[in-house]
Write a protein that binds this ligand. Structure first.
Ligand code: WQD
Length: 342
């Protein structure tokens, strides 16, 4: 009986990390979480054990700590790493840029150094469509120019460049860069989901908090964009599909693939009002809203050309907007205060 292949998930107790954890277990891997719980809740570990029926391997620690990373990579004979750890609030990054550069760049540098000294050679990096800035057209392919419109997006762009440079310096190192579009939804069990602290920056958690009665109304940021109904258009992707894309990326790298970069989106754009209507239908709950001024830094449209992920990973999104809304609502309605006990 060969021992299962251990995969380190930095920031693995977070929203995308926890859903990927479940998908990796179901695919026969042994995930190992490193998380400092600065942006996640230890309660997630209980939920993951409940879903998978297995003890959860987790080390509490900071992904910027090179010695911690080296110890984990060595002790657990880690075969591949998925680097989720990082701050991700656009607005906060504008207010506190050094916090973002220190954490997001620092953790990636420490991880690349630890992987080099321990001989771990497969890396999946959590990047973002935000590296495309304000695209000249849609759908967006991986060959589109990159730019940054905020420090958060800048850290993702620089991390991509650092990883590319390290792969050029160490040819045995292979990386899969996944550029997420807009992750939404939750595990169908309703046990894990998106749990932002404070006022949600992102659309779906704000919508679910209005529906559950935590917030009175949704503010729709801008009704005068050059889009079908004037509101912003985005490529919403179910977090379960996103988790499967990570499993496919790990599998590809472990099979010996060269370094790749792919968009992880559905290829379908939906407006803010499309999401509101779909959510009201899926939940049976009203989502009252007011159309207000545009949010600074927002772009009119951003959705993927998803062909490369299909070609490289043999992966494509399977879940539709209805299931994204149904699963988001099940999570929120069963956990009105997220992981914090009421
Ligand atoms: C979606 C649409 C808003 C909230 C950001 C980051 C990206 C990734 C996902 C980390 C836009 C509108 C939103 C609200 C609204 N984050 N909206 N009222 O801005 O596309 O992407 O989050 O990886 O990197 O850039 O996502 O959910 O904030 O906004 O009208 O209360 O919903 O204007 O059109 P965004 P979002």
């Amino acid at each position: 009986m060969t021992s299962p292949t251990t995969i380190l998930l930095t920031g693995g107790a977070g929203y995308i990390g926890s859903h990927t954890y479940v998908a990796l277990v179901e695919a026969g891997y042994q995930p190992l979480i490193l998380d400092d719980f600065s942006n996640s809740d230890p309660e997630v570990l209980q939920r993951l054990q409940q879903i998978t029926g297995r003890e959860v391997l987790c080390q509490r620690g900071n992904a910027r700590d090179r010695a911690t990373l080296e110890a984990l990579l060595t002790q657990h004979q880690v075969q591949a790493v998925i680097h989720f750890a990082g701050f991700k609030a656009v607005g906060e990054s504008v207010a506190q840029p050094l916090k973002y550069f220190e954490n997001n760049l620092g953790s990636t540098i420490a991880l690349l150094q630890a992987m080099a000294t321990t001989g771990c050679q497969k890396l999946v990096f959590s990047s973002s469509a935000t590296v495309y800035g304000d695209p000249a057209s849609v759908p967006i392919t991986e060959s589109f120019p990159r730019s940054h419109t905020n420090p958060y997006g800048h850290t993702k762009l620089v991390c991509e460049d650092m990883i590319a440079a390290q792969c050029a310096a160490l040819p045995a190192l292979r990386a899969g860069v996944l550029r997420y579009f807009n992750p939404v939804g939750a595990h169908p069990s309703g046990l894990i989901g998106e749990d932002p602290s404070g006022i949600p920056n992102n659309l779906m958690p704000f919508v679910t908090q209005v529906a559950v009665g935590k917030r009175p109304r949704l503010q729709v940021f801008g009704g005068d964009y050059a889009t079908p109904d004037g509101t912003g258009v985005r490529d919403y992707i179910h977090v379960q599909d996103l988790a499967q894309a990570h499993v496919a990326a790990v599998r590809k790298l472990l099979a010996g693939a060269d370094t790749f970069t792919v968009n992880v989106g559905t290829g379908q754009g939906y407006s803010v009002l499309d999401v509101v209507r779909a959510f009201e239908q899926a939940s049976g709950k009203p989502v009252p809203y007011d159309v207000v001024a545009r949010r600074p830094g927002d772009v009119a449209q951003c959705y993927a050309d998803a062909a490369m992920a299909k070609a490289v990973l043999d992966w494509q999104a399977a879940q539709n907007l209805q299931s994204m809304c149904e699963d988001s609502w099940r999570w929120q309605s069963r956990n009105p205060d997220g992981y914090r006990k009421a």
